[in-house]
Design a protein around this ligand. Structure first.
Ligand SMILES: Nc1nc2c(c(=O)[nH]1)N[C@H]1C(S)=C(S)[C@@H](COP(=O)(O)O)O[C@H]1N2
Ligand SMILES: [Mo]
Length: 159
């Protein structure tokens, strides 16, 4: 064993541990309006990064405030050319779909990271977060964001 490389096994496992945490492991998200764009955690796209302080509040009363970083929904809606008649942003995960009224949704971000992480709760990245939106609509593990136009008598999706 040389002085320059005293613990090769340790070094290797450290590299693997870092790899597992890498932002490139976070799945990409499709954003669909009149156009379709794809956004991912890596900074290899032209979307500016944004951050947002947001409180996640469950109907049960449980709440937590964190700072999230990602890409603003406004930038994504612009790139995907959301139609003027859009009433809701639809956020879809494998297990869960929520329609968010477009006005508060446009103040949100698609988060790829959470700062000052609390220990509880699940990161669920990529995640839609917006201030002033109920916790149940802050969808974790988002796979697709899309522009929807609901009729006034149509129920926004949740669950
Ligand atoms: N994909 C997915 N996202 C979800 C849910 C879910 O079941 N699946 N639950 C929602 C509900 S009801 C709440 S209150 C918050 C909880 O977020 P937290 O774990 O950060 O507190 O996540 C929301 N996002
Ligand atoms: Mo909840």
């Amino acid at each position: 064993m040389t002085a320059a490389n005293p613990e090769p096994a340790e070094e290797g496992s450290e590299l693997r541990a870092q790899g597992a945490e890498s932002p490139t492991e976070t799945p990409a998200v499709a954003v669909e309006g009149r156009e379709r764009v794809v956004v991912s955690a890596g900074e290899g796209d032209s979307f500016p990064r944004a951050s947002l302080v947001c409180t996640v509040e469950c109907a049960s009363g449980e709440r937590a405030t964190d700072e999230w970083t990602g890409v603003s929904v406004v930038a994504l809606a612009d790139a995907a050319d959301f139609p003027g008649e859009t009433t809701h942003l639809r956020a879809e995960a494998d297990d869960f779909t929520a329609d968010i009224p477009i006005r508060p949704a446009l103040g949100g971000i698609l988060a790829f990271d959470r700062r000052n992480s609390r220990d509880d709760g699940e990161l669920g990245l990529p995640r839609f977060v917006a201030d002033g939106v109920e916790g149940e609509r802050l969808v974790k593990r988002v796979e697709r964001l899309s522009a929807v136009s609901l009729d006034p008598d149509e129920e926004p999706r949740i669950g």
